[in-house]
Design a binder for this molecule. Structure first.
Ligand code: HEM
Length: 348
């Protein structure tokens, strides 16, 4: 990932030279994600991992990152995340009503045809590559106090603040999409997974409800009129928290390191993760926004702009700074269980 930093907007404060070690140093060869429902179960799987590691004297633990998911699904800026994700054909997962984007298995599983009808390139031999996929793992520090202050400084009331924030994200804090709830948050809608992803943008071509520059609309323009095939750029992603939440209402930074561990999973790091990051989030040309970058996650430098279409004249916010800073990340190959067995037997 460090080698692709300029392309994906990891510049300035987010540049690899400023990443936390060991990210970007070439020392990270394997990542092990341990997921559990609570602390006790985590301790159990951690112990299993420790025992397995003890049998690999050549491997050293170079880093550990704790992260957690709140039951509300909210991440550090306070917004529910993880609602918009494509469904993969043949996965057996129930498809909630959504933008209809059931993707060919090869978009996320190597060895199967993808949306272009081709087999994505995969590591060889086939026993290793088949049924595997790729991962982009990123540690993203979030400047929550600065974001709140920006909202505060550009709004006249708490109601205006939450509307402005929703225009920036594309959803209200509860997860209710702006297209379906243009004026007020609707927590019942946000909590209802049969409805909270069931929308398109055709009813809002000018962005009067949800601006073209809103984070979620950029990251998945759905049926917005743009150049290119949107389906080739859908991505499975997960965001979890690290660090303590900033208490509600606090506008001053307390110095704590908090943010999101962002994980992308898919067959094409370039046309999925890197494309969305570089062309849709860090560039506005695809939707007529010129140089305008995503306000939430873009590599803005204090001179950024955010356009909110409204009548009689649009509103333009200036002086957008960087609210998300990369602390490091790596690209990985994620082998299938059969490939892990094959590897284990190869050494036997
Ligand atoms: C700290 C960084 C980030 C934060 C706080 C954040 C937050 C959010 C939130 C609140 C949503 C709306 C919930 C949803 O639709 O699931 C969202 C959607 C999304 N974000 Fe992010 N995000 C971050 C980084 C990124 C990055 C780096 C990418 C891609 C490279 C990305 C891609 C997406 C996608 C694809 C969606 C779904 C849009 C849809 O299907 O409607 N996000 N994000």
């Amino acid at each position: 990932m460090a080698a692709r930093a300029e392309f994906i907007g990891d510049t300035g404060e987010s540049a690899p030279a400023r990443w936390e070690p060991p990210f970007g140093t070439g020392q990270v060869h394997v990542v092990l994600s341990l997921l559990a429902a609570d602390q006790e179960s985590l301790a159990v799987v951690l112990e299993r991992a420790r025992k397995a590691h003890a049998q690999l004297p050549g491997a050293q633990v170079v880093h550990r990152q704790d992260f957690y998911q709140l039951s509300t699904g909210r991440t550090s800026f306070g917004y529910k995340d993880g609602i918009g994700n494509p469904t993969i054909e043949g996965s057996g997962a129930e498809t909630p009503p959504g933008d209809g984007s059931v993707l060919k298995a090869g978009e996320s599983v190597l060895g199967c045809p993808d949306e272009t009808g081709n087999l994505p390139p995969m590591p060889q031999p086939a026993e290793l590559g088949r049924n595997g996929t790729f991962v982009a793992w990123r540690k993203l520090h979030t400047r929550v106090a600065a974001f709140r202050r920006y909202l505060h400084d550009n709004s006249g009331s708490p109601e205006e603040e939450s509307l402005l924030a929703a225009k920036i994200v594309g959803r209200w804090q509860s997860g209710a999409p702006l297209v379906l709830a243009p004026e007020h948050d609707d927590p019942a809608l946000g909590a209802d997974d049969q409805r909270n992803n069931d929308f398109r943008y055709a009813s809002d071509p000018g962005g009067a409800n949800c601006p073209h520059g809103a984070h979620a609309r950029r990251a998945n323009p759905r049926d917005s009129e743009i150049i290119g095939d949107i389906r080739l750029h859908h991505m499975i992603r997960r965001g979890t928290n690290y660090g303590p939440p900033l208490p509600a209402g606090v506008l001053d930074d307390d110095g704590a390191d908090r943010g999101i561990v962002f994980v992308f999973i898919g067959s094409h790091l370039d046309r999925q993760f890197e494309f969305v990051k570089s062309q849709w989030l860090n560039d506005g040309h695809f939707t007529g926004l010129d140089q305008e970058k995503d306000l939430l996650t873009g590599d803005n430098d204090g001179t950024g702009v955010f356009t909110i279409p409204q009548h009689p004249i649009r509103r333009r916010l200036h002086g957008v700074e960087r609210f998300v800073i990369s602390r490091g990340g790596e690209y990985f190959f994620l082998p299938s269980l059969s490939a892990l067995r094959w590897l284990a037997n190869a050494g036997a």
